[in-house]
Design a protein around this ligand. Structure first.
Ligand code: MG
Ligand code: MG
Length: 253
C-alpha cells in the first residue's frame, strides 16, 4: 500500500530530509585522495546525531555503519572501512536520517581529485537522469513515467541501468511501496498523487548494468567491473508539482 503523508508528517519529513541532505553534503565535501571511507561515514554520522536524528542505515538489515560508501565498480551498500580513496576514484555516498518516526534518503557520487572524462560523464548523466525523472513525479502521472524517463535518459547516453535494485516509497519505513525501478517494468505503474514521498534513485553503469553481491555479502558490484554511479533524493509529490526534501540549495551537488 502506498501511504499518503499528512501535512504534519510532511513537515517532519522536511526536517529529516534537511538533515539527510546536510550530512551527505558534509561527507561529500570531505572527499579527497587519502581520506578513508570510514572517515566519510563518521562525518555524516556526526551531522545526523548532532541534529537529533539517527542514521537510518545503522543496523538496517544488519548493516554495520551509518552510511554506505561505494567506490568505482561498487554501486551501493559499500561498508565503510580503512580503504583510502585514491586520485581518480569515484565514490558513491548514500545517507539516511531518521527523525521523529520518519526517514530521509539521499545519495550522490563524488569525484576523488581529478577523474577521467568517462567517469565525469557517468556522474553527470546519473544526476541528469534524476532531475529529468523528478520532473515526472507529478500528480496524475505514474511510477512508470519516472522509470521510463530514467531508462531512456540513461540508455540514450549509452549507459546501462541497474535492474536488480530500485528506488522506493519512503516515510515511517525506509523502504515503502511503491518500488521505483530504473527501467520500465510495467507499461502502467502506480498512479502518483499529492502527499506521496518517493526516493527516486537512478543507478547507472558504464557497462551492462548487471550487478552482483561482493564477497562481503553486502556490497553490490557491477558484474563486468565497470564504473557505476548513483544519485538519489527524497521527493514529495505536491498539489502542483514536486518538492525535493533532501536537496539543499547551495549545498547539495
Ligand atoms: Mg539511499
Ligand atoms: Mg533509497
Amino acid at each position: 500500500m502506498i501511504t499518503i503523508k499528512s501535512q504534519r508528517e510532511i513537515e517532519i519529513m522536511r526536517r529529516a530530509g534537511h538533515i539527510t541532505g546536510k550530512a551527505l553534503a558534509a561527507a561529500g565535501a570531505a572527499v579527497r585522495p587519502g581520506v578513508t571511507t570510514m572517515e566519510l561515514n563518521d562525518i555524516a554520522h556526526r551531522v545526523i546525531v548532532k541534529a537529533g536524528a539517527r542514521p537510518s542505515f545503522l543496523g538496517y538489515n544488519k548493516f554495520p555503519a551509518s552510511v554506505c560508501v561505494s567506490v568505482n565498480d561498487e554501486l551501493i551498500h559499500g561498508i565503510p572501512g580503512r580503504r583510502k580513496l585514491a586520485e581518480g576514484d569515484i565514490v558513491s555516498i548514500d545517507v539516511g536520517a531518521y527523525l521523529n518516526g520518519y526517514h530521509g534518503d539521499s545519495a550522490a557520487t563524488f569525484a576523488v581529485g581529478r577523474i577521467s572524462d568517462e567517469a565525469r560523464l557517468l556522474i553527470e548523466n546519473t544526476r541528469l537522469c534524476f532531475f529529468k525523472a523528478a520532473e515526472r513525479a507529478r500528480r496524475g502521472l505514474r511510477v512508470s513515467d519516472i522509470s521510463r524517463t530514467i531508462q531512456q535518459t540513461a540508455e540514450n547516453a549509452g549507459y546501462g541501468v541497474v535492474k536488480k535494485w530500485t528506488g522506493h516509497g519512503i516515510g515511517r519505513a525506509l523502504h515503502e511501496a511503491p518500488d521505483i525501478p530504473c527501467f520500465t517494468e510495467r507499461a502502467r505503474g502506480a498512479l502518483l498523487s499529492e502527499g506521496m514521498t518517493l526516493a527516486i534513485e537512478p543507478m547507472l553503469s558504464a557497462g551492462s548494468g548487471d550487478v552482483d553481491v561482493a564477497d562481503d555479502n553486502t556490497t553490490v558490484i557491477t558484474v563486468d567491473r565497470k564504473l557505476c554511479a548513483h544519485y538519489e533524493h527524497t521527493v514529495l509529490v505536491t498539489r502542483d508539482g514536486y518538492e525535493l526534501l533532501t536537496y539543499i540549495e547551495g549545498l547539495s551537488v
